[in-house]
Write a protein that binds this ligand. Sequence first.
Ligand code: MG
Length: 264
Amino acid sequence: MRNRTETASRLLAAVALVVGMAASSLAGQVDSKWGIHDVNRPRPPIITPGTASTQDQPGRPPSDAIVLFDGKDLSQWQTPKGEPAKWKVENGCFEVVAGSGDIQTRQAFGDCQLHVEWAAPDPPRGKDQDRGNSGVYLMGLYEVQVLDSYNNETYADGQAAAVYGQYPPLVNAVRPPGQWQTHDIIFHGPRFAADGQLLRRARVTVVHNGVLVQDNVELSGPTAHKQRPPYRAHREKLPLLLQDHSHPVRYRNIWIRELGAANQ
Ligand code: MG
């Protein structure tokens, strides 16, 4: 019996090794259409990179980004019911108006690079989850948390830059309330077969204030409070949503770059 168990566990280990090797060789696969250093291989498009933001001044987005807020108006945003967004635009930024509801982009997005700047209310008010809470919902379903986690105790998978209810950030890189902070997010949406079966989970990488805090984590499904609901088939592109959690969190300089077939 013991021998059989040992054989079985060795076999499992061997299978795991082969599967692991297959996965890693796939991940490192180079496009076989092109020889090494092939001079005929198309060059990547030329773009003008953006500039970094300071506390006083938002930076400039890369030239190929879709600008979702440039400091002027919320024309790219609406309520989930399709009404004009009711959040307040002021001094080059916009602010959550408590009780007016979430806002979402008019355009739908899937795989993307997203840049969001936010600032928690100063002076801070409340504690735990009831302090400077908002959220960036990729596809309206997968929340990267916005929260005033500065000198504010809360559960790990609910603090700023957490994938809410699933992954705490690797470190707490939050700035004090009132200061501008950045969430730079690389997101790959889930994939579903025609019959609704899950083919691939969503994956997210988050750099918070220049620090890697989510390293290509695989989501268990949509994010939610006190539950981890399973995936339900949805379209490859859905609107990006910002959460009204009844706190006057401010946002500025939001831009997005859609990721094409080449970098999925
Ligand atoms: Mg939130």
